[in-house]
Write a protein that binds this ligand. Structure first.
Ligand code: GDP
Ligand code: MN
Length: 389
């Protein structure tokens, strides 16, 4: 789960990490008022669920409140396109107005989950700022990492080693050790999958300040933080992802044209691989989970059909807990309701499989059934070829 920069900064502040003074605004007038509170000169920052805003004009310095008003008027309602948003961009509906800071040096600092080791890892670099991706690509030796042992936790001597590697010395270095330990505490307490400060700056006056902040929460832990629910900004999310969330389905958008309905994440991965191997290109995957009902299957199928990139649907379900006739009913109901004429291949196995297949065959849908995954993938690719004019 993603949150906005201003929310991430509130959280970091509550863990004693220094952040600039700021106010969030939803109209240009509010931005102007906030600018006055910051002393006139301020930084106007578009709040979207993506980074790369600086390079895209989403972070601008205003020299007086009227200018802040002008910048805000320009940004509000605009779809900001950055290298992280995709070509459609994300709509700016909130703006963070912050006091300006005299930046001495910019550092990069983050704690994230490393899938290789299944542990948190600390990442730091003295080359922080808007070009961190290029640094990672061209000069990886300038990026320092440390895997955190969950049993011992992050120790201050380890944080100190990294702080020295990024060239900090004296009082600032000790402040940074403190800050890293606070960041780790935040990660654990708030169940974060990412806490990133880029840039962490040493100001001209010699203080540490988190000038930008990004926090992602682990979706699987959201249930134990009642306050997260209200933090979500649905305007920043794919509407289909929101509908899927309502029915407790996981929906992931991809860039191909075959919609995939699968039960279980492992089976989903295998399905995508086999589809690709056979020349198919998945448009999404929708995991209906273990014990889905007819209604849930129908909702899942409707979500797939609402994805405008979908030109065919591939269903791959192992009916261990789920009954195949229930799945078939769900598909027929949803496809009927949406007047779906697209090619569909259903590969299912498990209890009541013959009943399920019979139901599909009798239906008016453009559907074929497969017994094996590879066979099903070949079928859907072939059906799509036939449809081509
Ligand atoms: P991002 O591009 O989405 O990561 O947005 P950031 O919040 O990191 O802002 C982009 C850049 O703007 C930062 O890397 C800083 O260099 C600069 N910036 C942001 N706030 C200030 C500020 O108060 N003073 C100065 N001088 N620069 C700032
Ligand atoms: Mn940044």
């Amino acid at each position: 789960m993603k949150i906005h920069e201003y929310q991430a900064k509130e959280i970091l502040g509550s863990f004693d990490i220094p952040v600039p003074r700021g106010r969030v605004a939803v109209t240009a007038d509010q931005v102007e008022r906030a600018a006055k509170m910051m002393g006139g000169r301020c930084v106007v920052k578009a709040q979207i669920y993506a980074g790369g805003r600086g390079k895209a004009g989403g972070v601008q310095v205003a020299h007086h409140p009227e200018q802040a008003h002008e910048i805000a008027k320009e940004l509000f309602g605009k779809r900001l396109v950055t290298h992280q948003t995709g070509p459609e961009g994300l709509k700016v509906r909130r703006i963070l107005v912050e006091e300006t800071v005299e930046v001495g040096q910019e550092f990069y600092l983050s704690i994230t989950l490393d899938r290789q080791t299944s542990r948190y890892c600390l990442i730091a670099s003295a080359e922080g700022g808007v070009n961190i991706e290029e640094v990672a690509a061209n000069a990886p030796e300038k990026i320092h990492t440390l895997t955190i042992d969950p049993y011992t936790g992050l120790r201050s001597y380890q944080a100190r080693q990294i702080v020295h590697k990024i060239g900090m010395t004296g009082g600032v270095a000790e402040d940074c050790v403190r800050l890293i330990l606070d960041m780790y505490r935040c990660c654990l307490d708030k169940d974060c999958s990412l806490v990133e400060i880029n840039p962490l700056v040493v100001t001209k006056a010699g203080w540490l300040l988190a000038l930008d902040a990004k926090i992602n929460f682990d979706d699987n832990a959201v249930f134990r933080h009642w306050e997260y629910h209200e933090m979500q900004d649905y305007s920043q999310m794919d509407p289909l992802e929101i509908s899927a969330g309502k029915f407790d389905l996981s929906y992931i958008k991809l860039d191909g044209n075959i919609g995939c309905m699968v039960n279980g994440a492992g089976l989903a991965m295998a399905t995508l691989d086999v589809l690709k191997e056979n020349g198919g290109d998945p448009a999404n995957f929708l995991d209906v989970g273990g014990g889905a009902t007819r209604e849930k299957v129908a909702e899942a199928f409707k979500i797939i059909l609402q994805d405008k990139d979908v030109e065919a649907v591939f269903v791959n379900i192992f009916g261990g807990i789920m009954r195949c006739d229930v799945i078939a009913h769900g598909i027929i109901e949803a496809a009927g309701e949406m007047a779906c004429q697209l090619p569909i291949v259903v590969r299912m196995d498990g209890s009541q499989v013959e009943e399920g297949k019979a139901l599909l065959k009798e239906s008016p849908l453009n559907v074929q059934c497969a017994d094996f995954l590879g066979e099903g993938a070949k079928m859907i690719v072939a059906m799509m070829k036939q449809e081509e004019p």
